[in-house]
Ligand binder design. Structure first.
Ligand code: PMP
Length: 429
């Protein structure tokens, strides 16, 4: 049994000592003391089904024994950063990770890996590499995207909720190819025309690159219109730019049909960034690129990639394979999405159900025609769901989208329970 400080004591200390930017979803924040697979436990031993997984982070399930054991063993052996000396742990993981990248298409071999400690850091590095490699400064990203909270990545991020008024130069935000709320519906060609116009009217005609999530996570699980990515990639490459895929949320088998989100769009990026799922919750991120592009970074040494974290990363890849979690994300994710679509027929308030695999979104609107965001309703439903033992995320520019990104070991029974609980919660509104 838990005998640590109470939730109230922790909340008081958090308010006193931690960043005021920290937030929580519930009227009374949960004190989570333990995690196992797809479950979290509070200080009273109450179990919650976790359908958010630390914001799409814990892909293999909480405290997976294989990953924990590997990391404990490595921590006992060596924890020293490996920039100055040889050590096989970082190279073993780099080789295994490189083998997960798509093959040598269009002479683009994504094999060189830079390890970082977060997604922000990975995207900062990727944007800097694109700028150095091309000699251009302009970056194009999509409206409603989230890429991080440092200078370049906050620039690339395009939601006012996540920006400060500091210098974020050289970023242009293209019209979001959002099939539900976007001005052109699902018309990829019309959206791509905006990228062309940004290049023609907003830059010298040359750009450093284009950065995009495959499915927007923080932005409310927005699936980019089919056919858009190949068009945008083409335009950007013609303007001399590199294409960066931000796989921080969509990567690592989460989309089910593929290991990487960009594969669902039929494109091969020049640079891929990742974090979250790569380490099942430990501070680990990476940038993967071609040997040629990597040459621009020969002067950089980093703290990233210490053996403790890279050994954890290798264990994650092994668990994904051993437990066939990508297949599970595909099979159970599709089942869950179908059930959510059925729920939409019953509840007028559900305006849209979308996503792939275990990256699903349910958008609430008070009027289906006007698509009026039902923000308060999402908050209230989340509270009811928590009371019934289910944790779910929320997001979207208007804060009216449930984000369903469970650990990839989520089962059909979990999905049934989840949908039943959401059904009751929506009925109570
Ligand atoms: N890219 C995406 C798509 C993200 O969702 C996030 C984090 N939510 C980041 C980058 C930044 O990652 P981190 O919080 O690890 O800096």
């Amino acid at each position: 049994p838990y005998d640590g400080p109470t939730a109230d004591e922790i909340a008081r200390k958090r308010a006193e000592f931690l960043s005021p930017s920290l937030f929580h979803f519930y009227s009374k924040p949960l004190n989570i003391v333990e995690g196992k697979r797809q479950y979290l436990y509070d200080e009273h031993g109450r179990r919650y089904l976790d359908a958010f997984a630390g914001i799409a982070t814990v892909c293999c399930g909480h405290s997976h024994p294989d990953i924990v054991d590997a990391m404990i063993a490595q921590a006992r052996r060596l924890q020293h950063p490996t920039v100055l000396y040889l050590n096989h742990v970082i190279t073993d993981f780099a080789e295994a990770l490189a083998s997960k990248m798509p093959g040598d298409l269009n002479a683009r071999t994504l094999v060189v890996i830079f390890f970082t400690n977060s997604g922000t850091e990975a995207n900062e590095l990727a944007i800097m590499m694109a700028r150095l490699y091309t000699g251009s400064h302009d970056i194009i990203s999509l409206r409603n995207s989230y890429h991080g909270n440092a200078a370049a990545t906050m620039g690339a991020t395009a939601q006012k909720n996540w920006k400060f008024n500091v210098i974020q130069s050289g970023v242009h935000h293209a019209v979001n190819p959002d099939p539900y709320r976007g001005v052109f519906g699902s018309d990829a060609e019309k959206y791509a025309r905006d990228v062309k116009e940004i290049i023609e009217f907003g830059t010298t005609g040359n750009v450093a690159g284009f950065i995009s999530e495959s499915i927007q996570g923080v932005g409310g699980i927005v699936e980019v219109s089919p056919g858009y990515m190949p068009l945008a990639y083409d335009l950007v490459r013609k303007a001399g730019g590199l294409c960066i895929a931000d796989e921080v949320q969509a990567g690592f088998a989460r989309v089910g049909s593929h290991f990487w989100g960009f594969e669902t769009h039929g494109v091969i990026p020049d640079i891929v960034t990742m974090a979250k799922g790569i380490g099942n919750g430990i501070p680990l991120g990476a940038v993967v690129t071609t040997p040629e592009i990597a040459q621009v970074m020969t002067r950089r040494n980093t703290f990233g990639g210490n053996p403790f974290c890279t050994d954890g990363g290798l264990a994650v890849l092994k668990v994904l394979e051993k437990e066939r979690l990508q297949e599970n994300a595909f099979v159970v994710g599709s089942y869950l999405k179908d059930s959510l679509c059925d729920l939409q027929k019953k509840h007028e308030i559900i305006g849209d159900v979308r996503g792939t695999g275990f990256m699903l979104g349910v958008e609430l609107v008070t009027d289906r025609q006007l698509k009026t965001p039902a923000k308060d309703e999402v908050c209230r439903a989340m509270e009811h769901m928590k009371d019934m033992g289910v944790l779910v995320g929320k997001g979207g520019f208007y804060g009216n989208v449930f984000r369903i990104t469970p650990p990839l070991c989520f089962t059909k029974e979990d999905s049934d329970f989840f949908v039943d609980v959401m059904d009751v919660a929506l009925s109570k509104l």
